[in-house]
Design a binder for this molecule. Structure first.
Ligand code: ADP
Ligand code: MG
Length: 581
């Protein structure tokens, strides 16, 4: 079963996608994990000391490396998995380039220890910055352990572009999850600073969907796994199998999606689009279904040699794969009802319903500067400002459930309800994070939420901040959390989804997170997901509160991303246009 490691012929080596293999600490872990899986391991243990860039190791019980070949394993373009490019058409392994170990060794202090199955003893070698500095024989169980210390110690410039250690560890959880789903028959364990963080025993079921469901239950709780919908389709040798999340499990990012092609974890806009198509209007725009897809494609009709990190693949026939995945996944979803209501109107309807002159309202951009805003006093004899204005004479109007029209002295202000609410919640959140804790609004029925493992990890980190915002949460064994209360001051029907969206929103944008902007990130993610949306109907009182609170913020002109919150139309401008001057 063990093939020997050989140097690729130069002409073969030159046609292997070249480039950076070890972009970040996570890539090093990914390569070592793939090597262990390629070696036929039944059990893999990952140990992290402090952070991935400080030290980590991957130990497996696979077929091992012959003592005489350890040095070769650290040499570029030396691999036991490929002899010629033609072999790519029959490829059954995750690796094939013979570049991972040498690339990692070049930027770290690496120790490689191995004992081939059937040998009586093993050997170890250590390298620093790619140079072998020590060799010894070693007593150990059959299998291989690779330890990587001080990653990027000799390339300080690279260190600067590294994500936060905590972010990198969360990404590692996603990686382990993905490969756990791809290889349900392999036991996976992760220890951080000696403490067990996860342990997924090999599935008892031999293979197929039964084993995958078992794995999903280990990853996300049996309750969550039980809700996943199974899909299957096959066409011309391509097989797709899937576990699809319910529409209400859709997330604000693509992080709930795992695509496995011939057991390789890949990114694929094509598969993402096919999945989205399958859900149709079951999911509102801007959200992404959660799902795991297992694709089996004949090796000859799949190009894995596209990208140095092997995260991308190319199908010989994109369209066929797209339609197979979209139709296979749509089938079991067809009986479900959309969990949201469609807003009547909307931008497209506006365009067709109005006469042609309506386009001309955009002729001149309105003035966007904010100059002291005076709401006109209530008409004489009406109720005091605190009471609700009489319904018959609304002072504010909601336009297309998106904009609030507010007459002001000397003109009219048009407020974008979502952007305005974002600004308000953002400032409020920052105040709560830096000062007095926000109050919680207790839920009548505490909500039980199954988070993903990376969301749970993030929750552990952000716990105190979330409490400061007004969340009342208790942890119920990873990855389940009980929501007892949510920050007071607004309504929200799905607290669990809100919590997940806020956590997911923390990862949006750049991969780098300086600790000092954590508060800013949390505040803007909270604001973005908790804010009322375009399409939400608002009452008079809600509109009034929103406008009042907007203009009480420090920067009413824009939301936290810099988008405009309101525009002002001057009465003078209207007079001029109507020829009244
Ligand atoms: P590739 O995986 O593309 O072949 P690598 O640089 O990752 O290249 O590894 C080089 C070679 O070292 C592999 O082809 C394999 O023979 C051997 N090897 C690496 N890791 C392991 C492992 N965990 N168990 C057994 N052999 C391994
Ligand atoms: Mg490899």
């Amino acid at each position: 079963m063990t093939r020997s490691i050989r140097r690729l012929a130069p002409e073969t080596a030159s046609r292997i996608a070249a480039g950076e293999v070890v972009e970040r600490p996570l890539s090093a872990l990914k390569e070592l994990l793939e090597n262990a899986l390629d070696a036929g391991a039944r059990s893999i243990e990952v140990r992290v000391e402090r952070s991935l860039d400080h030290a980590f190791s991957v130990a497996d019980d696979g077929h091992g490396i012959a003592a005489a070949e350890l040095e070769l394993a650290l040499e570029r373009h030396c691999t036991s998995k490929l002899e010629s490019l033609d072999d790519l058409d029959r490829l059954a392994s995750l690796g094939f380039r013979g570049e991972a170990l040498p690339s990692i060794a070049a930027v770290s202090r690496l120790a490689l220890a191995s004992r081939p199955a059937g040998e009586r003893a093993g050997a170890t070698i250590s390298a620093e910055g790619g140079t072998v500095v020590a060799r010894a024989s070693a007593a150990r169980a059959p299998g291989t352990t690779v330890e990587v210390r001080d990653l990027f110690f000799n390339t300080p410039a690279r260190r600067k572009f590294m994500g936060s250690p905590a972010g990198e560890l969360r990404a590692a959880l996603r990686l382990l999850e993905a490969y756990a789903l791809a290889f349900p028959e392999v036991t996976l364990r992760l220890l951080v600073d000696g403490k067990e963080r996860l342990h997924w025993p090999a599935a008892a079921a031999a293979a197929g969907m039964a084993a995958r469901r078992e794995r999903a239950a280990a990853l996300w709780t049996a309750r969550h796994a039980g809700q996943l919908i199974e899909a299957r389709g096959e066409r011309e040798g391509v097989v797709v199998e899937a576990l699809l999340g319910l529409p209400e499990h859709a997330r604000a990012t693509r992080e709930g999606q795992v695509f496995l092609v011939n057991r390789r974890w890949v990114q694929s806009p094509l598969l993402g689009a096919a999945l989205r198509q399958a859900y149709g209007n079951l999911i509102p725009p801007g959200r992404f279904p959660s799902a795991t897809l297992w694709l089996t494609v004949p090796a000859a009709r799949l190009d894995v040699n596209v990208h140095p990190t092997k995260r991308e693949v190319r199908f010989a026939d994109d369209e066929r794969v797209f339609s197979l995945v979209a139709s296979a996944c749509a089938k079991p979803l067809s009986g479900l009802q959309p969990p949201f209501t469609v807003v009547p109107g909307g931008a497209a309807a506006d365009r067709t319903a109005y006469p042609a002159w309506a386009d001309r309202v955009n002729e001149r951009p309105p003035d966007q500067t904010y100059l002291g805003l005076d709401l006109p006093p209530p008409p004489a004899g009406s109720a005091p400002a605190a009471a609700a204005p009489a319904a018959a004479e609304p002072e504010l109007w909601q336009l297309h459930r998106t904009y609030i029209l507010a007459p002001v002295r000397g003109g009219l202000v048009i407020v974008d309800q979502h952007a305005a609410h974002e600004r308000i919640l953002y400032e409020e959140a920052l105040q709560r994070l830096e000062g007095e804790r926000g109050t919680a609004q207790q839920l009548l029925f505490p909500a039980l939420v199954d988070l993903t493992n990376d969301q749970f990890e993030l929750l552990l980190e952000l716990g105190p901040d979330l409490r400061q915002l007004g969340w009342d949460l208790s942890l119920l064994g990873p990855p389940t959390v009980v929501i007892q209360g949510i920050p007071s001051g607004f309504r929200h029907e799905r607290p669990g989804q809100l919590l997940q969206d806020v956590l997911d929103g923390m990862n949006e944008g750049t991969g780098r997170a300086a600790p000092e902007d954590l508060a800013h990130r949390l505040a803007s993610s909270w604001a973005c997901h908790a804010a009322t949306r375009a399409g939400d109907p608002l009452t008079q009182e809600e509109m009034r509160a929103l406008v009042d609170r907007l203009f009480a913020t420090s920067r009413p002109h824009g939301d936290p991303h810099g988008r405009t919150t309101f525009v002002r139309l001057e009465l003078d401008e209207l007079h001029r246009r109507f020829g009244r001057t």
